[in-house]
Design a protein around this ligand. Sequence first.
Ligand code: FE2
Ligand code: FE2
Length: 224
Amino acid sequence: MNGDVSRVSPIEDREYSRHKFLKTAASVGAALSAAGIGGAGVFTRYAEAQPTLGFVAFPTYQGLGDAAILQFAYQLELLEGRFYQFGVEAGILDPFAATQIAAIRDHEFAHADFLASTLASLGAAVPPEPQFVYPPGVFEDPVAFLELAATFEPVGIGAYQGSAGALQSKEILAGAGSILGVECDHRTAIDILRGISGPNFIPFQRSFTFGEAVAATTPFGVVV
Ligand SMILES: [Fe+2]
Ligand SMILES: [Fe+2]
């Protein structure tokens, strides 16, 4: 811990302007690119996706099937969980932020466990953990770390919401809904850690198509 709370907690005009832009950006691409880390936007392809699961033929969640939807969501949870784990282990966060991020990390792994057990109950394979690749320097700078976190959470929210209408099982839908609510809490918590006052400016969550969720996650190693 460097104890440098001032780096992540004050409201800065630059951050507030960036936040307003993110919230009003018309496209996911614009929002994610605006959150560029060290001059390299998150759309930069940090890792070559390995299209081994055969999901890329589905631009939307319709027809993908419950198992494939959960296999994708499982990887997304691990992507976030490892990111938060590494952030905590890096010791770059002040104590308050570290406590919050550790709790969020635990949530993501609990979500992954739930998805894995649900896949097992369906008789479907649990994908191996991808070889995730995160942007250079993101675990050395708390501002960059939280900025990337602020882009990951809306992807999770959008992916769960976007897939809801395609899920066949109401039980799985209910489980996904309970995760979605917590992902919204994560986004708000991270906005607070970024010093954004009044963090929830969204009356409705934005849904992602499957194609959008894939585009936002495969650069980090998620396999489709
Ligand atoms: Fe999660
Ligand atoms: Fe999350």
